[in-house]
Design a binder for this molecule. Structure first.
Ligand code: PEP
Ligand code: MG
Length: 903
């Protein structure tokens, strides 16, 4: 058997013994929606539709288990698989009264991939399989339509050539374009039967030249190799990228669906299309979809022809249109969720080819959830369980300020909402490279293909000249929450020259554009964006989440602005204010440096006196935004050298000044270098930072405590209600906290006494971010009013991995090789760090019943970690303001998972 370039699974039957009774192929009538794991989403969906009496083409499914078995055995098929396929094929032939590829009444089949988790367009499909000269004659005679027969044949050669033989698709497109040019026609539909017959010959020549052999004419041979190619497409680069992006396990495999072909390309009584039971961009309850007359399935998704909107079908084929709407209603009621359906109309008869839960934007997810609950279709817990917390992030993307919109450059379809600003990039690799490096880019393509997925992922937004609302670009962009304008027909894109033109305006790679996926307009230049607004749907659904969750949700906020935003998004306080961030601002850094470099106590105090009112002003803003809610302010944490220039850079500066600087400049640079040297450490992460720094230089903590208390007093003076928590970082020994607490309390009480205030409460607590702190939490709790687990440092010090050093090097390699399954800095390491949190909470509570515990590391915004933290019994999580809604929903789901169906 030949091996195929694009297939990792080889088609050789393997003599391995199968477990008795194990089977790899199921007839359509044997399946149902519950068999998804085995039959894949498509196989199970089609079987279910047949079961409830909807019109689907007949066929059978090769299971995911067969694909997995082949992958595990280097591509060799499990023994007996081919015989099983032949048996099911024979049954299908009997039922349809047709024979695969025969000269008379030929059966043609589609061979489609279908994984357990939907991966739209990522794997391969071959249509019209069974085609040959013989079958084409048979089809022409039977249909009395030679044009249809040859059109079907040329489609087969092209798809089989691309998918099974690995011939580049462009080779076929070029021949098709050349033929149309020779005939002087623009549309495929204008080619005659003879033209298409000629095209088949040309296409077969393309395959021969590219592979060195003829296209197989034996239909069984075709089938066997197509199934093998579909198995192999599970491991195609684009499928791998998609799985990585969507965290789909690599070992699930794909099922292969073999179904009798129905034809959407039989002229104007035939069509193919895709539709949703609701609008997947907004969630509105309306018919949403597209179709193409006289076309086959891939034409719609591939975006090669711009399709017509679904409601137009009513005037073309009214009877079928009504039947389709009816079917959509039935499917939505059956699955109790928004569905996405592929259909074909074969000479006036409707067939459904696929049904799946519709992918939707976050806005649509909320709207659909809210509406389905209001319609009495599902209950609130079900609605909450269905929304992917990570997707909520999308809603928090900026949009275009309508007041700022200028004259648009052009417009297309509003395929995926939100606005994006970026420089123009014309290919996916460049987008991936520049976007990956942190640049804002907009990927501009004539149309995108599944191979562009890495570019879409790295871009801010996508703009295509071609394709519709269900084109690849649109589907993928919506799934990722990227703004997308599709099918902007006026665009003239020259990929080689890297230009984009509309009329006389020509833009190049140096230009920036703004795409508004909400309206479909495209603007030259960078337009100002406005922060996202909290909608009614958002507030309602997250309100349901709030009713269910046990965990509190606070935000990590360092500025008043962050705190305001966080509160709007539902934060119940600030869990971490990293005060040193305020030191980094350009107007403050020189003062901070003066403080660090001071030779005398007086000089140091002078610098601190200058910093105090600045810090106080920052805290006032935060206390104001969070009035009535707790704000945990952390005393300085990082080592002092972080506020000074880098050692190497400063050494180079001294060298340079030795050559050409003035004596004064040189002197200053040398002094600074000496300080940098003195403060530099081999392992700063484990060095003079956190409470150690404050005990060494108590005057910094004193200044910060004063600033905090004075800010609270000032805010209270304005009639507000500041709730002060002062937090000591990186404590490892109870004695450290005891001493630091003494300093803080003495300072705070001094401030309150001086102000004559006796009723302003404040609490002093500690971060638990060292294993020793977790293990000795019982002693530490004697001096702490609250605990906040700093799981970033706790992870670094527990697993002994420096985050900054590891993520770009061995940790990435570990993840790739499966040494560790998840990045412990992104998702809490349950067995190690999780255990320490459990111990810390338990021992802390034993000493001080009622002790409040929170988590303020990155994990506080990660749904999987939140589920674990809920179980570990901490009181709240704290995350960045934009993650607050994610955390609210994840915290609710953590409760629901434990008690399905209960609110
Ligand atoms: C932590 O260590 O988890 C933490 C929140 O502190 P930082 O990230 O500032 O070190
Ligand atoms: Mg920390």
């Amino acid at each position: 058997m030949t091996t195929h370039t694009n297939s990792r699974a080889g088609a050789t039957a393997h003599p391995s013994v199968r477990a008795p009774g194990a089977r790899y192929v199921y007839d359509l009538s044997e399946g149902n929606a519950g068999m998804r794991a085995l039959l894949g989403g498509k196989g199970a969906g089609v079987a279910e539709m047949q079961r409830i009496g909807l019109p689907v083409p007949d066929g059978f499914t090769v299971t995911t288990a067969a694909c997995v078995a082949a992958m595990e055995d280097d591509g060799a098929w499990p023994g007996g698989l081919w015989d099983e396929i032949l048996t099911h094929l024979a049954t299908l032939e009997r039922r349809t009264g047709r024979t695969l590829g025969a000269a008379e009444r030929p059966l043609l089949v589609s061979v489609r991939s279908g994984a357990v988790v939907s991966m739209p367009g990522m794997m391969d499909t071959v249509l019209n399989l069974g085609m040959s000269d013989r079958a084409a004659q048979g089809l022409a005679a039977e249909s009395d339509d030679p044009r249809f027969a040859w059109d079907t044949y040329r489609r087969f050669v092209q798809m089989y050539g691309e998918v099974v033989e690995g011939v580049p698709g462009q080779a076929f497109e070029d021949e098709l374009t050349a033929l149309k040019d020779r005939r002087g026609v623009r549309r495929d539909a204008e080619l005659t039967a003879d033209d298409l017959r000629e095209l088949v010959k040309t296409f077969r020549g393309v395959v021969r030249r590219s592979t060195g052999h003829d296209l197989p004419t034996d239909p069984h041979d075709q089938l066997r190799r197509a199934v093998d190619a579909v198995f192999g497409s599970w491991n195609s680069p684009r499928a791998r990228v998609y799985r990585e992006l969507n965290e789909i396990p690599d070992d699930l495999g794909t099922a292969v669906n073999v179904m009798q072909m129905v034809f959407g390309n039989k002229g104007d009584t035939s069509a193919t299309g895709v539709c949703f039971t609701r609008n997947p961009a907004t969630g509105a309850r309306e018919r949403y979809g597209e179709f193409l007359l006289d076309a086959q399935g891939e034409d719609v998704v591939a975006g090669t022809r711009t399709p017509r909107r679904l409601p137009e079908l009513e005037s073309v084929l009214p009877g079928v249109y009504t039947q389709l709407l009816d079917t959509l209603d039935r499917l939505e009621q059956h699955y109790q969720d928004m569905q996405d359906v592929e259909f074909t109309i074969d000479d006036g008869t409707l067939y459904l080819l696929q049904v799946r839960t519709g992918k939707r934007t976050a806005a649509a997810a909320l709207r659909v959830a809210r509406d389905l609950v209001a319609e009495g279709v599902i209950d609130r817990p079900t609605a909450l369980r269905r929304i992917d917390p990570a997707q909520l992030d999308q809603l928090l993307h900026p949009t275009l300020d309508p007041a700022q919109a200028t004259t648009p450059l052009t417009h297309g379809l509003n395929a995926s909402p939100g606005a994006a600003v970026g420089t123009l990039v014309f290919d996916a690799d460049t987008a991936a490279e520049r976007g990956g490096a942190g640049e804002d880019v907009v990927l501009v393509r004539w149309e995108t293909t599944p191979d562009d997925i890495h570019g879409v992922a790295a871009a801010q937004g996508v703009l295509t000249a071609h394709g519709g609302m269900t084109s690849h670009a649109a589907v993928v962009a919506r799934g990722m929450g990227k703004p997308c304008v599709a099918g902007a027909g006026e665009l003239r894109i020259d990929v080689a020259a890297r230009t984009l033109a509309v009329g006389d305006t020509v833009l190049t790679e140096a230009d920036t554009i703004t795409v508004d996926g909400t309206t479909g307009y495209v603007y030259p230049g960078a337009l100002p964006l406005v922060p996202p607004q909290v909608t009614d749907d958002f507030a309602t659904v997250l309100g349901w989440a709030d009713d269910v969750r046990r965990l509190g949700v606070r935000a990590n906020a360092d500025t008043g602005e962050d705190a305001v935003r966080a509160r709007e998004l539902g934060a119940e306080g600030v869990g971490l204010c990293r005060t040193e961030h305020m030191f980094m601002a350009t107007d403050r850094l020189p003062v901070v440096q003066r403080m660090i470099l001071a030779d005398t106590t007086e000089d140091r105090q002078a610098a601190l006196d200058e910093l105090l009112p600045v810090q106080q002003a920052d805290f006032e803003e935060i206390f104001t935004a969070m009035t009535g809610l707790p704000v945990a302010v952390r005393l300085i944490d990082p080592p002092l050298h972080e506020f000074l220039p880098d050692l190497v850079e400063q050494s180079l500066l001294v060298q340079r000044l030795e050559a050409d600087g003035t004596p004064g400049e040189l002197e200053r640079a040398r002094t600074l270098l000496a300080h940098v040297r003195r403060l530099s450490e081999a392992n700063p992460m484990l060095g003079t930072r956190g409470v150690r720094l404050s005990l060494l230089h108590p005057e910094i903590g004193v200044m910060q405590t004063r600033a905090i208390v004075r800010a609270a007093l000032a805010v209270r003076g304005r009639g507000l209600d500041p709730r002060v928590e002062i937090m000591v970082p990186l404590v490892g020994y109870a004695e450290e906290l005891r001493r630091m607490r003494e300093i803080v309390v003495a300072t705070a009480d001094g401030e309150l006494d001086a102000a004559g205030v006796t009723d302003l409460d404040y609490r002093v607590g500690t971060m638990i971010e060292l294993p020793r702190a977790a293990l000795t939490a019982g002693e530490i709790a004697e001096h702490a009013d609250f605990f906040s687990f700093g799981t970033n440092d706790l992870t670094q010090t527990t697993v002994g991995i420096s985050r900054d050093d590891a993520e770009g090097s061995f940790l990435a390699a570990y993840l790739e090789a499966g040494v560790v399954r998840t990045n412990p800095f992104a998702s809490l390491d349950a067995d190690g760090v999780g255990e320490l949190v459990r111990i810390g909470v338990e021992r802390g509570l034993r000493t001080r019943p009622g002790l409040e515990t929170g988590v303020c590391g990155e994990h506080g915004g990660d749904p999987a970690s939140i589920a674990l933290l809920d179980e570990l019994g901490v009181d709240y999580v704290s995350c960045s303001p934009y993650r607050v809604p994610v955390a609210r929903l994840a915290a609710a789901q953590a409760r629901l998972d434990g008690a399905p169906g209960e609110a």
